[in-house]
Design a protein around this ligand. Sequence first.
Ligand code: IPM
Ligand code: MG
Length: 354
Amino acid sequence: MKVAVLAGDGIGPEITAQAVRVLAALATDGLALELVYGAVGGAGYDAAGDPLPAETLALCEQSDAILFGAVGAPRYDGLERALRPEQGLLRLRKHFDLFANLRPALVYPELAHASSLRPEVVAGLDLLILRELTSDIYFGKPRGIVVNEAGQREGFDTMRYNEGEIRRIAITAFEAARKRSRRVCSVDKANVLETTQLWRDVVTEVHADYPDVELSHMYVDNAAMQLVRNPRQFDVIVTGNMFGDILSDEASMLTGSIGMLPSASLNAAGFGLYEPIHGSAPDIAGKGVANPLGAILSAAMMLRYSLGQDAVATRVEDAVRAALRGGARTADIAREGEPTLSSEAMGDAVLAAL
Ligand code: IPM
Ligand code: MG
């Protein structure tokens, strides 16, 4: 099995290095894994003048899965949009049609204290945010900044979804719910936006094939509020690209740290890109203190969803739990005054448990 490793920018290389150590240990232990490396984001721009160099894309095409770090850094913000680091990621998602973005938010008992909410509100939380990833206002056309008739600059983007795009993510949501607590909450803004009225209609139609799964609908503003009021009411949340981007960052704080959350972005064939949901964190980049657990847990998702290694994935997840149980803490998940580990020392703790 071949994995394309694209570490990217900022803390991307630091955290990906720890996930790679875990994979390398599994390879030594008999897992047939080959890792190949490519430049992406700002690193791609520096290497080849393109946030997704052709060579990197070719590498991904020859691989069974992509392990991704993070992209973006302030020094690229002045570039024209097509050359900015984020485009590397967005083009990969579109190119491989990675429409289903799974963002599980799990509260580990050891970390309930690190949540911004009271421990009794988040204890035992196990939520799956399923974000549509290849359409919506992220990709809708037309878009641009023009000078209007009044001589003012005017910016515009287009939110759009066709029914096929909604149907396939709805099916993914109901199927995922069947393996969990059989409850789907579809999040939209159907009281205002036409696009999301269609979203609600199509999700409701698809639900007819899943009578064993409970479906509810919620407006996105209410969902944002409910997530911090009573997050345990949710099992699977399915939503569009932009709402999912926002709600998944919010949900991450329930778990204690955005550094803990992994994600899988899958296409219909099961090919996937795996990345922690956090960004490149320029403020702590290069210091070796970032939490690598989101990256390591993303590697576990990769083993499960693209490489067919369910038992090995569970082994990695158990090792993360064991490291946490043993008191391993990076700065983002430590209590005040508690000793904190570097990214690499956290990697050591997971490897020791593995
Ligand atoms: C995410 C990120 C990306 C997004 C950025 C880096 C383009 O925020 O994966 O959530 O907006 O999708
Ligand atoms: Mg985001």
